[in-house]
Design a protein around this ligand. Structure first.
Ligand SMILES: C[S@@+](CC[C@H](N)C(=O)[O-])C[C@H]1O[C@@H](n2cnc3c(N)ncnc32)[C@H](O)[C@@H]1O
Length: 261
């Protein structure tokens, strides 16, 4: 069930969202029907959902450094792997959407901010084994479990970057020529979200795709999403409630869509 603080935002989203009748942007129209609403199966889905089930059943504990947005940020605490899998990993519906987006756009350089146990990372990475792929995680214990998962899935092209995004992001950005795809699912506060977004803009191009997670998770994330939609370098956005897609296609009209997913 939807948490209470999200319910009113979700209701508003459902009222605003539509199924794209009469939308004149062929780019958005095609993307919506062929990728976003695609309901077929891919070989990767059962593979990674099997991994998720194993994590959900794993009751061993990790000493976790909290890098998140909550009041306990910075503290170390024991957490069951099952708990982390249940509370952090994106649900299959959205992780599989990310898989399809990467499969569709075929980005060559991918940044994944917020690896956690590597569930969504595995979807992103399996969608393009040719990509130059960097996944960022602050907590070494969590990153260790994720790396074991990448090894099991044979994802040798995944490069883990361990440390605080405040330091690792710019450093890694200096090493790549351009950024084709970014998934922002690390620190969910307004200031770091905007800072990481601006940092990544330095290497974006006309065909880059940025995806933001948890648009309505808090007032701070809501504010960040509103600001990103208005950002002068952002051209098109699609609000799918739990995730937001950001495009930079100057050849198309600037437009913000709210679409049913
Ligand atoms: C919501 S979880 C990511 C879930 C993952 N994308 C998935 O769907 O499977 C966010 C992760 O980002 C990490 N994180 C948060 N703030 C960070 C920071 N400033 N630097 C590095 N990692 C950070 C947390 O430790 C946590 O594992």
């Amino acid at each position: 069930m939807l948490p209470f603080h999200l319910a009113s935002h979700y209701l508003l989203y459902r009222l605003k969202s539509f199924k794209l009748h009469g939308v004149h942007s062929p780019f958005i129209f095609e993307l919506y029907h062929q990728v976003i609403r695609h309901d077929g199966d891919y070989y990767a889905y059962p593979l990674i959902e099997g991994l998720r089930q194993a994590l959900l059943a794993n009751n061993s504990t990790l000493l976790v450094t909290d890098f998140g947005a909550g009041p306990k940020a910075g503290l170390k605490k024991e957490r069951k792997i099952s708990y982390i899998a249940r509370t952090s990993a994106k649900p299959a519906k959205y992780a599989q959407l990310l898989f399809r987006l990467v499969g569709h756009f075929k980005p060559r350089v991918i940044f994944d901010l917020g690896t956690s146990l590597g569930v969504t990372t595995s979807y992103l990475a399996l969608a393009n084994r040719q990509a130059e792929f960097y996944t960022f995680e602050g907590c070494p214990a969590i990153a260790g479990v994720a790396q074991e998962n990448f090894r099991k899935l044979g994802l040798r092209h995944v490069n883990p970057v361990i440390g605080n995004l405040d330091e690792t992001l710019s450093r890694q950005l200096d090493q790549v020529k351009q950024l084709d795809f970014v998934f922002f699912d690390g620190n969910h506060r307004y200031e770091p979200t905007m800072r990481y977004f601006e940092t990544c803009l330095a290497k974006h191009h006309e065909h880059s795709v940025f995806v933001l997670d948890d648009l309505y998770w808090s007032a701070e994330m809501k504010r960040a999403w509103q600001e990103i939609k208005r950002h002068p370098q952002v051209c098109q956005t699609i609000d799918l409630f739990y995730v937001g897609l950001v495009f930079f296609r100057k050849s198309q009209p600037k437009e913000n869509f709210t679409l049913l997913y």
